[in-house]
Design a binder for this molecule. Structure first.
Ligand SMILES: Nc1ncnc2c1ncn2[C@@H]1O[C@H](COP(=O)(O)OP(=O)(O)OP(=O)(O)O)[C@@H](O)[C@H]1O
Length: 291
């Protein structure tokens, strides 16, 4: 069941078009990603979903009482330097009629209640901002670029926190630049480019729709012309000659077994198989329009 429905959303600021035409729906309980290059319209879109901005045209429907049931973590978390983690959580909890147990939230986010905001690391600040977004016990959490600027360890801890939120049944709308984050966390993702949705799919579906191509690269002294006739093969490129020739074969799934049936792996050196990645898919889907 859709908990969020965005239908032909458009948002302009004077003559500047921030969101041209965006439609998607988010199912209850899923982690739904929004990806796109800088300025694509991601933040404007989620701010409209959160009720922080009014659409110029189109509609946003959220099947939850906005004030109480949507928790928002926006790009920068800024609090007074001296406020302690526990004080900030208690303050936010006082805004809600049925707040979550904020001590448990802090423990889950790995935060010490006594530490003042100014002393928190970047990762701790991000996890505090997620905890603050959850303190009202929302059914929907909107998280905007929550791991930008974090080191790999802090990023992983934040991902674990998002996974635990999802496991509790909270629907998550996640804006991100990181394809690894999409692969790890998102059930489905909308790719936005220049204010329009270019694709909505699972991460694997996005990879598949932009080719799902495989590439086999190896060195051999053997003739490779026979490979061109294989139905799995779309191209064979040879650079250099003789025993040092580097051969690149592209094609569909099962490329490796098809090729090694004709040319045994024992006749190849430095064999490697490369697959289309989500990064490749993202570049294909957003690249042409915005270089
Ligand atoms: N308040 C505003 N007034 C004027 N233009 C704005 C305003 N907010 C956003 N824009 C413009 O709208 C476009 C989309 O901005 P938005 O912040 O939604 O993009 P984004 O995809 O979230 O980018 P980023 O990844 O850099 O955060 C940009 O060109 C931006 O400059």
């Amino acid at each position: 069941m859709a908990i969020i429905t965005v239908d032909h959303l458009r948002k302009t600021y004077g003559t500047r078009v921030a969101v041209e035409d965006v439609s998607f729906s988010v199912k209850e309980g899923e982690v739904f990603g929004i990806v796109g290059r800088n300025g694509a319209g991601k933040t404007t879109t989620v701010e409209c979903v959160a009720g922080l901005r009014t659409p110029t045209a189109g509609t946003v429907t959220v099947d939850a009482d906005l004030k109480e049931q949507v928790g928002v973590q926006l790009q920068e978390c800024s609090l007074p330097d001296k406020i302690r983690v526990g004080e900030a959580l208690a303050l936010y909890a006082s805004f809600y009629s049925r707040p979550a147990d904020w001590r448990a939230l802090a423990a889950e986010a790995g935060l010490d209640l006594r530490v003042p905001f100014a002393k928190l690391s970047g990762g701790q600040r991000q996890r505090l901002s997620v905890a603050l977004a959850l303190v009202g016990n929302p059914r929907v959490a909107i998280l905007d670029e929550l791991t930008t600027g974090l080191d790999p360890q802090a990023r992983r801890e934040t991902w674990d926190l998002v996974t635990r939120i999802r496991d509790r049944g909270v629907t998550v709308l996640l804006v991100t630049h990181f394809m690894e984050e999409v692969e790890r966390l998102c059930d489905r993702v909308a790719v936005i480019s220049r204010g329009r949705v270019r694709a909505v799919d699972t991460p694997a579906g996005l990879v598949a729709r932009t080719g799902g191509e495989q590439r086999l690269v190896f060195h051999t002294g053997e003739p490779v012309d026979g490979l061109r006739a294989l139905p799995e093969v779309t191209s064979v490129t040879v650079t250099g000659d003789g025993n040092g020739a580097e051969v690149t074969v592209t094609g569909s799934a099962d490329l490796l077994s098809a090729v090694t049936a004709v040319l045994p792996a024992s006749r190849m050196r430095d064999l490697r198989l490369e697959r289309t990645t989500l990064d490749d898919a993202f570049l294909v889907l957003t690249g042409q329009e915005e270089s």
